[in-house]
Design a protein around this ligand. Structure first.
Ligand code: ZN
Length: 221
């Protein structure tokens, strides 16, 4: 299904769907569960806008490329472009909304790429690899260091994190991203996944929640 940014009340947000700038291993417990060292500098990667699909009515996963892992993440929508060296106030002012999302990952493919020291696009940038719920307005969360993210899979809570546990908190993370990539209105930031990642199967029922402000039921088609 085609994707457009929108708010939880159904209103469309009239920014183009830009790129998705992501951070890997931003929660120590998640780095540990995959046997990865905690990075000394933020590990950034980008998914193109063509990855993005809406969460609401179910979403498809690849079925012929090994395991497809869920990574539940707090997603930030930018509503203004950022300069190369924005202040924390400028980053805050550019944030248009927050949503829960899924950074889908072909884990077997990623493991093979990682072993060979190759880039991750084949594992992270396929069509449908960024599943995004509608946004709550930025002012819903005055404290960016206390936003909860939870994923329930077939009735069992599998991921339950909070931005307080991030190794790179949201504002400095976006400052670091802006220093490396031009960030524009309509770009999305995926802020890393807490521990508990695992595989999806077609038919899975999920509930994705953001800090008690948003609760979405959906399913894997
Ligand atoms: Zn991720």
């Amino acid at each position: 299904m085609s994707y457009q940014h929108k708010y939880v009340d159904g209103t469309n947000i009239h920014f183009p769907v830009g790129k998705v700038v992501c951070i890997g291993r931003n929660y120590a417990e998640h780095a540990k569960e995959l046997g990865n060292p905690v990075p000394t500098e933020p590990l950034l990667f980008i998914k193109p806008g063509s990855c993005v699909v809406p969460l609401e009515d179910g979403f498809s996963i690849p079925t012929d490329r090994g395991s497809v892992h869920y990574e539940a993440e707090i997603v930030v929508l930018l509503g203004k472009p950022l300069s190369k060296n924005p202040s924390e106030e400028e980053v805050l002012d550019a944030i248009s909304g927050f949503a829960p999302g899924l950074d889908l990952t072909l884990r077997d493919v990623q493991s093979r790429l990682r072993e060979k020291g190759l880039p991750w696009e084949l594992a992270k940038s396929f069509d449908g690899a960024a599943v995004i719920a509608p946004f709550v307005p930025a002012e819903t969360f005055p404290d960016l260091t206390d936003i909860g993210i939870r994923l329930t899979l077939n009735g069992k809570v599998v991921q339950d994190g909070n931005s307080s546990l991030m190794l790179n908190p949201i504002l400095p993370m976006i400052q670091h991203m802006a220093a490396n990539f031009s960030l524009q209105a309509g770009d999305l930031i995926m802020t890393g996944t807490p521990a508990g990642v695992g595989p999806f199967q077609p038919g899975d029922q999920i509930v994705l929640e953001l800090a008690g402000q948003e609760r979405y039921e959906s399913r894997v088609l």
